[in-house]
Ligand binder design. Structure first.
Ligand code: ARG
Ligand code: ZN
Length: 489
């Protein structure tokens, strides 16, 4: 769903970086059409994402059994952006594809699965124009995917085949469903998860969680149980999640300033120790209200926490229902909830814009932490960090860096937060807050670039901020002075 960012997309997605691969078994088409590019043009992940269409909805039907095998059908509703589209691709790594249909007709398909390019290339029986529906029937044991920084993501089996989690930032979604793996193409999701079930097992049965709202009650059929989750808001593929485990499930209504949202939370019982999980759940209302006070209404469809036992080494802001491993500390809880506004509602258009996620989430972790718990103020924290920082800290720009292994580096988190505090000092708190709220109002539900953030900041404040952002975001040397408040005129 990205009609509203047409301007951004048309500049970001220009030339194909890869020569499209025509599968050897592609059926000849009646009339020549457009071959969709096998890239969305991302600067750090040039083999990810695809051209020629825009997805509006993923309907995922996934049955999981031990030992970590899935049997699945993905039904993908999309609209052509180039037509007639005679061939297009989806990102998919591993698994075996059994059948592909387009608008109900069997379609030729081929795989590219080598090096860093993982595609399912589809040639419909006849070219498509406008809205079209692709179904992909697939199965196998999903692989996990190692990031350029050495961390793991994708579909990851948890200990002793008790279950699995799927966590996708930045590109792991392709390990468990065929998709347009670019944060520029957001879509709604229905995720139907079927897991083994035995009446005699009671609470030891596996539970399956995803983003959004649980539709009805899980349904039991023979020796399986099916959970249907619906994400009604546009969601980037990297924010889709699955958790399968012998979880304890809890739910409640969580009071917000803007109303009420429903909580569905899940935890591996071995990680909930001494009420820790209950404490985190109990803080949802005050933290969400604390973020709303600065940045406006909670953008999610629902809320909740997923706490599993794993050794991935990170928490993740999976949409509506962030994921934590082993324990939940207070700062990380605020951080992942802040991402629901910054990252999930507004997503980065390019992975080198990821400071637009991590800068605000880090800043808010401090800001709301101080509001609620009397921690150190954002000024003392980030002015202090700037003062004490070394020259080497500034060598990597916060936006537009070119090494994918820097994706989760300190330049996006700490430098991003320092830049926001410097901006708050320059503009004053009221104008700064207005900038952030205007950003969310303008781009909520979509994706945007650092240049678009700068435009919003300039339009809201009335100042030319080119030099400011050059110094604090793009520059590669330590800024020599902390800004003073800008004077109008
Ligand atoms: N966005 C996550 C956070 O800051 C971190 C994700 C790290 N992912 C990874 N593959 N290393 O909350
Ligand atoms: Zn983060």
């Amino acid at each position: 769903l990205r009609a509203w960012i047409v301007a951004a997309a048309s500049t970001a997605v220009t030339a194909a970086l890869i020569t499209p691969t025509v599968p050897a078994d592609a059926a000849p088409t009646a009339s020549p059409g457009v071959v969709g590019a096998q890239t969305a043009g991302d600067s750090l992940f040039p083999h990810q994402g695809n051209g020629g269409y825009d997805v509006s909805h993923y309907d995922l039907d996934i049955a999981w059994t031990t030992p970590n095998v899935i049997t699945a059908t993905a039904t993908i509703t999309a609209t052509t952006t180039q037509q007639p589209l005679e061939q297009f691709s989806l990102d998919l790594e591993g698994l075996s594809v059994d059948a592909v249909t387009v608008d109900g007709a069997a379609s030729a398909h081929a795989r590219v699965d080598s090096g860093d390019t993982f595609k399912l290339v589809v040639t419909p029986a006849s070219p498509v124009s406008g809205e079209f529906t692709t179904t992909v029937t697939y199965s196998g044991t999903p692989v996990s995917h190692t990031d350029p920084d050495g961390s793991d993501e994708g579909w990851v089996a948890t200990a002793a085949q008790e279950g699995a989690v799927a966590l996708n930032e930045p590109v792991g979604a392709m390990t468990w469903f065929p998709n347009n793996n670019t944060p520029q193409d957001k879509a709604t999701f229905t995720t139907r998860l079927t897991v083994p079930y035995a009446a005699g097992l009671g609470a030891l049965n596996r539970v399956a969680v995803s983003n959004g709202v649980l539709v009805g009650s899980p349904t039991v059929s023979g020796s399986t149980r099916t959970y249907t989750w619906n994400q009604p808001n546009p969601q980037a593929s990297y924010l889709a999640m699955v958790g399968i485990g012998r979880y304890t499930a809890s739910e409640s209504d969580v009071a917000l300033t803007s109303g009420t949202t429903h909580e569905w939370s899940f935890a591996d019982p071995s990680a909930t120790g001494s009420g820790r999980f209950a404490t985190a759940r109990g803080r949802l209302s005050s933290i969400l209200k604390g973020i709303e006070k600065h940045y406006g209404p909670y953008p999610g469809s629902s809320t909740g926490l997923v706490l599993d036992v794993s050794s991935l080494g990170y928490a993740l802001e999976t949409q509506d229902r962030p994921y934590f491993e082993n324990s939940i500390d207070g700062a990380t809880l605020i951080h992942e909830l802040a991402h629901q506004w910054f990252g999930d509602a507004v997503s980065p258009a390019d992975w080198s814009d990821v400071w637009l996620n991590e800068g605000p989430a880090t800043f808010i972790e401090t800001q709301v932490g101080a509001d609620l718990g009397g921690g150190t103020s954002t000024h003392d924290t980030y002015y202090g960090d700037w003062k004490s920082s070394s020259a080497s800290f500034w060598a990597t720009p916060a936006a537009g860096f070119t090494d994918a292994s820097d994706l989760f580096g300190s330049q996006v988190y700490a430098r991003g937060a320092i830049a926001l505090e410097a901006l708050r000092t320059a503009l004053g708190n009221a104008v700064f807050t207005d900038v952030m709220r205007t950003w969310l109002e303008t781009y909520g539900g979509g994706s945007a670039t650092t240049a678009q953030f700068i435009d919003v900041a300039e339009q809201v404040s009335g100042y030319d901020l080119a030099a400011f952002f050059q110094t604090w975001i793009y520059g590669t040397t330590k800024p020599t002075a902390w800004p003073t408040a800008y004077q109008p005129g």
